[in-house]
Design a protein around this ligand. Sequence first.
Ligand code: ZN
Ligand code: ZN
Length: 169
Amino acid sequence: MKVNVAQVRNKEGGSACFDLVEDFSSFDLGTEALSFQAPVHVQLQVNNTSKALLVHGTIHTDLKATCGRCLETFVYPFDLSFQDEWVFRTLATEDQLETALLLDKDEIEIKDRIFEQIVLALPMKFICSAECQGLCPTCGANRNLTPCHCGESNIDPRLAALSKWQFND
Ligand SMILES: [Zn+2]
Ligand SMILES: [Zn+2]
C-alpha cells in the first residue's frame, strides 16, 4: 500500500488524493476470533500545509468477528475516518518526531500505519446485533436460535430477596 507524495510535497496549499485497495489478511489482529474478511479500501486526501502533510482518510473493510454473547461468527463492517500527519524526517519538529509518520523519501509504505489506525479503532467487544440474546447460562443453548425455558422457573435469589423486602414494607 504505497503512496507517492512527490507532487504534493513541494507545493504549499496543494493537495493530492489516493484510492488504495490491499489485502491485509497476513496481519494478525491478536485473536483467532477476528480476521480480515475483505481487502482494505483506503481513501486519502493529502494537503500540504507547509509545516506538514495533513492527511484525511477513510478506511473500509469487512472483518470476520465472533459475537461476544452468542459465540457465532458474523461479518462486521469496519468504517473509520481518521486524520494523520506526515512529515519529512529532516523537517520534523520534536512533537512531530513523536506522533507523525516520518518520511525519508517520496514514496511511502503506509500499510503498517493504516493497520495501526484499524487496531486503535476496534471495539472492545463484538456483538452480532443489539438484540442478540446470547447463550443460556444454564443449558448453553443459543437463545437466538432455540429459545429455552431455563429462566422461567428459577427466580434470581437476589430478586427474590428484594421482592420479600418490598412486601414487608
Ligand atoms: Zn450474538
Ligand atoms: Zn437454557
